[in-house]
Design a protein around this ligand. Structure first.
Ligand SMILES: NC(=O)c1ccc[n+]([C@@H]2O[C@H](COP(=O)([O-])OP(=O)(O)OC[C@H]3O[C@@H](n4cnc5c(N)ncnc54)[C@H](O)[C@@H]3O)[C@@H](O)[C@H]2O)c1
Length: 255
């Protein structure tokens, strides 16, 4: 593995599972010191142990905990180079606007959007002190494409992540701090596999829109995050990095 992240210090929120876990592994394999931040102490600790990093139990919606996460990172490893603000939820009670209640709406906004505001707010001053940094915020392809199978608060939250990342990327560009949004297409996670095993029609309805004809593996998303984290993407900021199997570019897909 190339060592593009040798000597870098990275925080990964939601690092205990899925895209975050695959990214923690990828960052470590490229030489980074990794802080795994997650609500779940079992999976989070296991991930941190596996990559030889530090686990910090954090609820990313809690301002004091987020502030402490980045301070602990700098206290432990001396600096902060990379923040992958990735923790997110897509609960079943976030559905059509006609049936989604205000409680579900607000819960999803807090975990998916307010958390990114907090993580950027408390990561950026450490990067300013360091004279550089790369922030990657996980949005989604639904930030730019409409779905008739709606998850209304989720979609709106990811649109917010996209706009916020663009603005921060522009604001801090001349301080050496790059901020990019990552927009994955659907990823082959245990939850998705279980859902679609039960309901093949549901899977087919989505797969028909993917030119590559399959969902992404978490490792394929992690490879894109590592690129955005590394100096290989040094001229990229304020961008929306789509890793979506071609969905956003497609009209008629191959048979
Ligand atoms: N899986 C997909 O198909 C897909 C597609 C596009 C975007 N995304 C986005 O990618 C990100 C990661 O998704 P995933 O599929 O890997 O999810 P996942 O459920 O496998 O992992 C999410 C992790 O975040 C943690 N988490 C949840 N709430 C938290 C909180 N309040 N504080 C701290 N940690 C918390 C969970 O414990 C879990 O470890 C999310 O932002 C998601 O919206 C996923």
């Amino acid at each position: 593995m190339v060592q593009r992240l040798e000597g870098r210090v990275a925080v990964v929120t939601g690092g205990g599972s899925g895209i975050g876990l695959a990214t923690a592994r990828r960052f470590a394999s490229e030489g980074a010191k990794v802080v795994v931040a997650d609500l779940d102490p079992a999976t989070g600790k296991a991930a941190a142990d596996e990559v030889g990093g530090l686990f910090v139990q954090v609820d990313v919606t809690d301002e004091e905990q987020v502030k402490a996460l980045f301070q602990t990172t700098v206290d432990t490893y001396g600096k902060l180079d990379i923040a992958f603000n990735n923790a997110g939820i897509s609960p079943p009670d976030d559905d059509s606007i006609l049936t989604t209640g205000i409680e579900a709406w607000e819960r999803v906004q807090k975990v998916n959007l307010t958390s990114v505001y907090l993580c950027c707010k408390y990561a950026i001053p450490h990067m300013q002190a360091n004279g550089k940094g790369s922030i990657i915020n996980t949005a989604s392809f639904v930030a730019t494409m409409g779905a008739a199978t709606s998850q209304i608060s989720y979609t709106a939250s990811k649109g917010g992540v996209l706009a916020m990342s663009r603005e921060l990327g522009v604001q801090f560009a001349r301080e050496g701090i790059r901020v990019n949004a990552l927009s994955p297409g659907p990823v082959n996670t245990p939850l998705l596999r279980e859902l679609f095993a039960k309901d093949p029609e549901r899977a087919a309805r989505r797969l028909v829109h993917v030119p590559l004809g399959r969902f992404a593996e978490p490792e394929e998303i992690a490879a894109a995050v590592a690129f955005l984290a590394s100096d290989d993407s040094s001229f990229m900021t304020a961008s929306n990095f789509l890793v979506d199997g071609g969905i956003a570019g497609a009209y008629v897909t191959p048979l």
